[in-house]
Design a protein around this ligand. Structure first.
Ligand code: ZN
Length: 659
């Protein structure tokens, strides 16, 4: 629920050139650097706190590799050894191709694409690779044949995450959350744990791998300090305790809660930590560190390890403060069945933050907004914390300047003007509304527990939050609250949302594939549903001009009504736990790609030379000591992606190759 992924780069304003922000580009990826404005002005103890929490953020990198696929660490280490020991011509075609492959592996934290989940296709030869394994003396505790087969045989572990209806999603997904068990066995295992009378259930299965032992017993291998991933968790705890030593209350206690959870692995300790974390609205420094989001589990239960460290951007907080203060008004006026509105909206805290370090599943690709915790009952009783990450969106924006995207895909000059003028504020506000209010709005019907929507839940949840944002961004109330100068901001938001959902996001999908990722599914679902529903009134039109296809919104008011109508239905589906209706919506509108349009979009998009995915290199922090005392923390901005990755692999790699 917490991740609001960045859409395709389409924004631009004037200023510095994109080249200064982009540090590397390969395949469909660009790597951008981000700045941390305000770090130097923090008081010394907060700088030190950021330093310690940042160290903790870097220590879990291997965990994510192993979670994504059980042979990822073996492959990464083999590739890195060849990369560093190779003494042939580094411009050799095979070597260059292997370098590109390694850059992709680093970016995805494994051998499957971070977004499409497809296994990478190597462009270097199998023979060359085998001989280099030999020449460079690569020695990993996985048989060389197996390792090479995994890289080169397309039939082995082809996808990290398979959510195709009707197949066994557990056995057909390469993700390392399950071993030796079928989807049916997993579902039965967790069904038994559920107690219908427990209104405060822990997030069963969140922090463990489920395996079938040799004797046939099915057991959880828990991720905690004395369990699976213990070697990395020990280091994380070491730095968290350092941080605890310099933090002030309430943050000090919260770090202590997290350390306790890492020590016990008990999910009740995780809930205690989450509650205290969400209720802390005063600390200037904040962080996430742990097993949080379940997007990478086909069954939406097990969480990938992630971390980030941040501090409050007080200037930018005005916007989200106003939204949070009016949360009840938005809820009361939401276009849904009144029975499913929250009578009292609890503790919406919304902030704009500056991120200082990204780790695990937030690195190098990162969300631009966060909304946590995920447990429904905690959100209901204690509220949720919502943040938008301003320095990251700023960097994305800078890196996209003048890339020709709008000229290519937006038909009408008036739409381009509006996007130019209001694109940034429209994106920011939509993120705020999605995160601060959208996810938190609504309530379940009596007797509905949540979780009924199964593998469709993330897509439908993101759909609900997006619709909430889209509906309200066109509300005159926003002008009245001083959040937007005019409702034209909504026109910019609607035009680019529909264009992205129906067309331009397809650039990210490999030819012949369907849409898998939940945020992409949700955008397609909304755009296609509104297109069909508004057909009689020509609300959205597909226009052909000079052999090119364009999507044009003809009636913004009617489109807003359609967003409201759809929100009504999607909220009903969630509130009533209507699995069949949810499944039908997603399968009908969100998944299947029109092949002809897909090819056209890809051709036009790639002709512009824009990479559809972006990620980041982190800044580096260094303690300045004098007479044994820390007197300052220095920040610097490295601009070499390969060096940072090798540095992390040398200094922050604590797990054995097989776990
Ligand atoms: Zn979301």
């Amino acid at each position: 629920m917490g991740i609001f992924a960045a859409v395709l780069p389409g924004c631009s304003d004037s200023g510095q050139k994109e080249q200064e922000w982009i540090v590397d580009r390969f395949d469909d990826i660009k790597v951008i650097r981000y700045e941390v404005p305000g770090f130097e002005q923090l008081p010394l103890n907060e700088k030190i706190l950021v330093y310690y929490l940042s160290e903790a953020a870097k220590c879990g990198r291997d965990i994510l590799y192993d979670q994504n696929f059980k042979y990822n660490l073996a492959i990464r280490r083999a590739l890195e050894q060849i990369y560093e020991r190779y003494d042939g011509d580094r411009n050799d075609a095979d070597f260059k191709a292997m370098e590109k492959y390694l850059k992709k592996v680093w970016f995805a934290n494994g051998i499957h694409h971070h977004y499409s989940n497809d296994k990478f296709v190597p462009e270097f030869s199998r023979d060359w690779f085998e001989s280099q394994m030999d020449v460079c003396g690569v020695n990993e505790p996985v048989p060389t044949d197996l390792l090479v087969d995994i890289i080169f045989d397309p039939s082995l572990y082809p996808t990290r995450l398979n959510q195709t209806a009707g197949v066994d999603m557990v056995t057909s997904s390469a993700v390392n959350y399950y071993e030796g068990v079928t989807q049916k066995e997993v579902e039965a295992f967790y069904r038994k744990m559920r107690n219908p009378n427990d209104h405060r259930p822990v997030s069963y299965g969140l922090n463990s791998k489920l395996v079938k032992e040799a004797d046939g017993r099915i057991v959880e291998r828990v991720w905690y300090i004395d369990g699976m991933y213990g070697d990395a968790i020990k280091k994380i705890v070491y730095w968290l305790e350092k941080a605890q030593g310099v933090a002030e209350e309430p943050l000090k206690g919260i770090i202590g809660d997290l350390v306790k959870y890492y020590r016990t692995g008990d999910l009740r300790d995780f809930d205690t930590y989450s509650i205290n974390w969400v209720e802390d609205t005063v600390s200037n420094i904040d962080f996430i560190n742990g097993f949080i989001e379940d997007y990478n589990d086909p069954l939406g239960r097990k969480a990938s390890w992630e971390s980030n460290v941040s501090f409050v951007d007080s200037d930018a907080c005005r916007r989200t403060r106003i939204i949070a203060e009016n949360a009840q008004w938005f809820e009361d006026n939401s276009p849904i069945n009144p029975a499913y509105r929250k009578p009292v909206v609890k503790g919406v805290s919304a902030k704009v933050i500056t991120v200082a370090m990204l780790g695990g599943d937030c690195y190098p690709s990162t969300p631009i907004g966060i909304n946590l915790p995920n447990a429904d009952w905690i959100r209901k009783e204690h509220g949720s914390k919502s943040v938008t990450i301003d320095n990251i969106t700023y960097a994305y924006d800078k890196a996209a300047q003048g890339n020709g995207f709008r000229e290519e895909f937006v038909l009408r000059a008036e739409d381009r003007d509006m996007m130019e003028r209001y694109g940034k504020i429209a994106d920011d506000l939509h993120t705020d509304l999605h995160e601060c209010l959208g996810h938190g709005s609504g309530q379940l019907a009596p007797g509905v527990k949540g979780g009924e929507l199964g593998s469709y839940s993330s897509t439908l949840e993101e759909t609900r939050a997006d619709l909430f944002g889209l509906y309200y961004i066109g509300d005159p109330k926003l002008v009245e609250l001083g959040l937007v100068p005019t409702t034209d901001v909504a026109k910019a938001a609607y035009a680019s949302y529909i264009m992205n959902g129906m067309m331009t996001q397809l650039a990210r999908i490999e030819p012949g594939k369907n849409v898998e990722e939940s945020h992409m599914r949700n955008r397609k679902l909304i755009a296609e549903w509104c297109y069909e529903q508004g057909k009689a009134d020509n609300v959205i039109e597909m226009v052909k001009k000079n052999g090119k296809t364009y999507v044009v919104v003809n009636d913004f008011d009617k489109l807003r009504q359609l967003f409201g109508k759809m929100l009504y239905e999607v909220q009903r589906i969630k509130s009533e736990g209507d699995y069949e209706a949810g499944k039908e919506l997603v399968e009908k509108y969100a998944v299947k790609v029109d092949e002809k349009l897909h090819n056209e979009v890809r051709e036009r998009y790639y002709a512009l030379g824009i990479e559809p995915y972006g990620g980041f290199v982190n800044p580096e922090y260094e303690l300045v000591e004098k007479d044994g005392e820390i007197v300052d923390v220095k920040i610097s901005y490295p601009n070499n992606y390969v060096e940072q990755m090798l540095h992390y692999s040398h200094d922050y790699s604590f797990l054995p190759t097989l776990n």
